[in-house]
Design a protein around this ligand. Structure first.
Ligand code: NAD
Length: 302
């Protein structure tokens, strides 16, 4: 059996077209566009690259994009003041503070200062609580887990009553995706198990999964023989296992591997995400979706 490849890049492009249509419609009907501010402190190259991708995507959708770059030595107080300024700015619907922050700043304090109604990353304790309650209460789903759900649903995989096994219990992937899949409603209604480092028999749990979501950060952790034939396998792991020279640019690039032995697993699974090109492209897309959603809440049309 050869699994159907779930291509994150294709799903991303499909969603971006939908978002652009919606942004244009709202602009025509209400005369406003979603506003996103990206606050970047310092000059960490990886952070600059992430923020640049976010800015480019926001601009391509016609968002108002405010890029607020601050020096490494900005005080915690000044950064809190900046967050407060954007909390009060009606043209801004999403506030994103790029992590990591310099050591002298308590990142928890900064993230918790963001107005939960502008917390498009979905990590504020209020939004974590809203997701736990579910239904109409859930406002912003964290971006990577929300992207995972989109990949599953848009691939036509049945989630209702499905045995979902999540490997990993982090606050940014494992716990929220488990929470999303057990919600009452379409695209969820699953029976969920969360496995982690203290789980006694990981193979046993993986073998039961109709939908196996792996977010451990351990290359090839999941063996092909742990996969139920026909299962949907979502590999969230991104592991740098070496370097190679890019054929396109001639520059050194990282060799990336997921948490699942992809080559063998694809012969057993029904659906599978590749690494890279699976879950990865979905995160920024869902950030855009959340920012648009925030504007819709603001306008009272969501
Ligand atoms: P994390 O280190 O915070 O959490 C990993 C979890 O996996 C832990 O809860 C741990 O208990 C569990 N785990 C680790 N080893 C295990 C083992 N041997 N058996 C069972 N459980 C084990 O990591 P994270 O932030 O959740 O990220 C997980 C992976 O997903 C990483 O590779 C990360 O790079 C990737 N990731 C990708 C995206 C994306 O594609 N957009 C986003 C976030 C994270």
């Amino acid at each position: 059996m050869t699994a159907k490849l779930i291509k994150g890049t294709e799903v991303r492009d499909e969603i971006l077209v939908e978002l652009k249509d919606e942004v244009d419609k709202i602009k025509n009907e209400h005369g406003v566009v979603p506003g996103l501010v990206t606050i970047l402190v310092g000059e960490n190259p990886a952070s600059i690259s992430y923020v640049t991708s976010k800015i480019k995507t926001a601009q391509s959708l016609g968002f108002k994009e405010v890029q607020d770059n601050q020096p490494d030595d900005i005080s915690e107080q000044d950064l809190l003041g900046l967050v407060d300024k954007y909390n009060k700015d009606d043209s801004i619907h999403g506030i994103l503070v790029q992590l990591p922050l310099p050591k002298h700043i308590d990142d928890k304090k900064i993230l918790n200062a963001i107005d939960p109604d502008k917390d498009v990353d979905g990590f504020h304790p209020v939004n974590v609580g809203r997701l736990m309650i579910g239904g109409d209460e859930a406002k912003f789903l964290p971006c990577t887990p929300a992207g995972i759900q989109e990949l599953i649903v848009r691939s036509g995989v049945e989630t209702e009553g499905a045995e979902v096994v999540v490997v990993g219990r982090s606050n940014i992937v494992g716990k929220p995706i488990a929470n999303i899949m057990l919600q009452k409603g379409p695209g969820a209604n699953s029976t969920v198990t969360i496995a982690h480092t203290r789980t006694k028999d990981l193979a046993f749990h993986c073998k039961r999964a109709d939908i196996l979501i792996v977010a451990a950060g351990v290359p090839d952790l999941v063996k092909p023989e742990w996969i139920k034939p026909g299962a949907c396998v979502i590999d969230v792991g991104v592991n740098r296992v070496g370097e190679k020279i890019s054929e396109k640019t001639g520059k050194k690039i990282a060799i990336l591997k997921g948490d699942v032995d992809f080559e063998k697993a694809k012969e057993i699974a029904g659906y599978i995400t590749p690494v890279p090109g699976g879950v990865g492209p979905m995160t920024i897309t869902m950030l855009m979706k959340n920012t648009l959603k925030s504007l819709k809440f603001h306008l009272g049309i969501e």
